[in-house]
Design a protein around this ligand. Sequence first.
Ligand SMILES: Cc1cc2nc3c(=O)[nH]c(=O)nc-3n(C[C@H](O)[C@H](O)[C@H](O)COP(=O)(O)OP(=O)(O)OC[C@H]3O[C@@H](n4cnc5c(N)ncnc54)[C@H](O)[C@@H]3O)c2cc1C
Length: 479
Amino acid sequence: MRTAEEYKADLYKMKPNVYIRGKRVSRNSTELSGGLNVISKTFELVDHEYFKDLLTAHSHLTGKKINRFTHINQSVEDLMKKQELTRKICRLVGGCIQRCMGCDAINGLAVATYYCDQEHGTDYYRRFVEYVKDFQERDFVAACAQTDVKGDRSKRPHEQDDPDMYVRVVEKRSDGIVVRGAKNCITMAAIADEILVVPTRAMTEKDKDYSVAFAVPADADGIKIVSRTTKLRAPEGFEMPQSEIGDDENLIIFDDVFVPWERVFICEENRYATLAAHLFALFHRHSYTGCKPASTDIMIGFGALISDFNGVYDRPNVRERLVELAATAELVYAAGVASAIFGRKTPVAFIPNEVYANIGRRHAGLNYYRELEILAELSGGLPACLPFAEDYLNPELRPLIEKYIKRRKDVPAEHVYRCLYGISNILCSSLGGVQAVAGVHGGGSPVMEEIMVWRSYDFEKRKEIAKYLVGILKEIPPP
Ligand SMILES: Cc1cc2nc3c(=O)[nH]c(=O)nc-3n(C[C@H](O)[C@H](O)[C@H](O)COP(=O)(O)OP(=O)(O)OC[C@H]3O[C@@H](n4cnc5c(N)ncnc54)[C@H](O)[C@@H]3O)c2cc1C
């Protein structure tokens, strides 16, 4: 397994193909340091007493000890450990650990490539296994690029006016394929070793050119990563772990990128491209049942702390709001647990249950802005109006700011200031804004989960129950 320093050293050696604010930058740009701090936690904590059992696993392919973010889940226990790890580690980095996408992609591709080979006699799974062994050995960090730019949302890939609205194969050669198109909203691509590309939607026979999944180094020729970075900051002398975090959301342009066959995992098999799209989303929604409760944990913590400092922690209105937050967190988490318990084993991976993973992610997505609303309500207006930390640290102003920010007598004013600063980071920062939109759309907008639940939930069985209860059906329906 790599150390955080080795991970960063490998990144800094990559070709500069990242663009930020009009400039092409190296990966050691300070703009990217917030995201690097987040990902680094997944390396730094592998030996930590609280995390070592969660953050490591044994590869079912090599038997070696590996980072869990490179593991293919084999059991209920694996899925539950991934979920628990995600919740616990996300709490330490303000909400999103950013390394789950690549992990969820390799899990989805393992199953899709295996079943594709079973039906078509292709060779994808063997290639994929070789790739994953290397992925695990080199402890790779991967972005998953699923979301195509999509153009006119009412049209399928082959119906678009511009054929490049979905990533597609423009040339098939004896040694590989050439791909063109773009993926947007791709988290942490600027700080990833690898980009794993999977289709974004179901593909029809006519969408064969778009039915493609593959892996490329993030600095492969022809790739441009246009990065929108956000980073929290606190001035010198005002250290707080929350202020070291950030993220990058990226437009990845594939400008005729060559991919050798050993890195191509699906090419033209539209049904298995559809399965890969579906399974990445399923594994990723299961991951959301870990990370979203962590975001809620953070909001509960700040909401409870400021209420405590304000002297109103035990008031019924505060209790009601905190219990509402706890109910959201634990229902989403419970959906993930159920999704693992009712998951299913395939010959190559253990898959979460579809209904529970999707309702869990949907419930989280529908509630994120409500959670922010509760935190804003409990915190009062000051998170939006708090003097800058530089002013708080100014010796002339500090005693005055402390005097006028004071709440309960026994709580130091600095604790109140720090708490409000942390809440401001959630409610009023650009990163907080990104996380809120991610809360709704990341992993698939609620409408996408509704489509999946509509397809996989047994509504007919419920109709039978209704028929039985009113005597239309005379026999007891199958339970
Ligand atoms: C912060 C953040 C991080 C993300 N990280 C990643 C990542 O790492 N990897 C990745 O692949 N993706 C990522 N995503 C993308 C995410 O999965 C998408 O935003 C999501 O799937 C919605 O797609 P879209 O943004 O293109 O929205 P759109 O497709 O534009 O959808 C917007 C809305 O339009 C409506 N709509 C769209 N199409 C239809 C239709 N056919 N019929 C009816 N209504 C429709 C729905 O109401 C939908 O909610 C991220 C997103 C965010 C915000």
